[in-house]
Ligand binder design. Structure first.
Ligand code: 13P
Length: 250
């Protein structure tokens, strides 16, 4: 069976000191609660190394929010996968809708990053999701299928990959996809993976839901057959809310 995975995406929040404080509190609670699900947190780049040290004993995984697809060189402002691995990351979030919308990342750029991260031994959380306009035009499945297929072009092994379905209209808006709406897209993503790979790969792939997940809606979302945990934004910045969501996932 698939093990649920809950990851807190802290986005551009918290100084190093604030990050260590929050990560330490989460590590202590996860250490005590010993949930069945996998738990991770994704602080900002400057805080990664210190947060990694605060998490070390707890089993909570360290994730980065982005990476570049080259090892090093003249790429001002960028961070490579080997730097992330050396900082203690086990996961990197790629193709988040904020990266796509605000920083112009295309499926092709996301694909280069996915290939590089997997080659470096990092696990990847590949984010996909439609905008409100795309949903209203009835092209959700088409958009998400293209994001999955193009994001995974020339990727032969997806054992270390997680997909996060995050409808853009539900991110930070307080509007959550209903459990049925989310399940429909998750099932479609699993179908795409079966077509691109095989039945085993589809069965093993974990697909997180993200977009205004809160303690009050986590359990019903995670109870759907193709939803395997969550990628949590705002609620991951509060220890009690995040822990309630972790507990809902197992
Ligand atoms: P919110 O939970 O704040 O809606 O953010 C979701 C998200 O973008 C996680 O990556």
């Amino acid at each position: 069976m698939r093990r649920n995975i809950v990851v807190g995406n802290w986005k551009m929040n918290n100084t190093i000191a604030e990050s260590i404080e929050l990560a330490t509190a989460i590590a202590e609670k996860v250490g005590a609660a010993k949930p069945d699900c996998e738990v991770g947190i994704a602080p900002t780049f400057p805080a990664l190394h210190e947060v990694g040290k605060a998490l070390e004993w707890s089993g909570v995984k360290l994730a980065a929010q982005n990476c570049h697809y080259e090892n090093d060189g003249a790429f001002t402002g960028e961070v490579s996968t080997r730097m992330l691995a050396a900082a203690g990351c086990s996961y990197v979030i790629l193709g988040h809708s904020e990266r796509r919308q605000l920083f112009g990342e295309t499926n092709e750029v996301v694909n280069r990053k996915v290939k590089k991260a997997l080659a470096e031994g990092l696990r990847v959380i590949l984010c996909v999701g439609e905008t409100l306009d795309e949903r209203e035009r009835g092209v959700t499945e088409e958009i998400v299928t293209a994001q999955v297929a193009e994001g995974l072009a020339d990727v032969s092994d997806i054992t270390e990959l997680v997909i996060a379905y995050e409808p853009v209209w539900a991110i930070g808006t307080g509007k959550t996809a209903s459990k049925e709406q989310a399940q429909e897209v998750h099932a479609s993503i699993r179908g795409t993976i079966e077509r691109l790979y095989d039945e085993q790969a589809a069965k093993h792939l974990r697909i997180q839901y993200g977009g205004s997940v809160k303690p009050g809606n986590a359990a019903e979302l995670f109870g759907m057959p193709d939803i395997d945990g969550g990628l949590i934004g705002g609620a991951s910045l509060k220890v009690d809310d995040f822990m309630a969501i972790v507990e809902a996932a197992g």
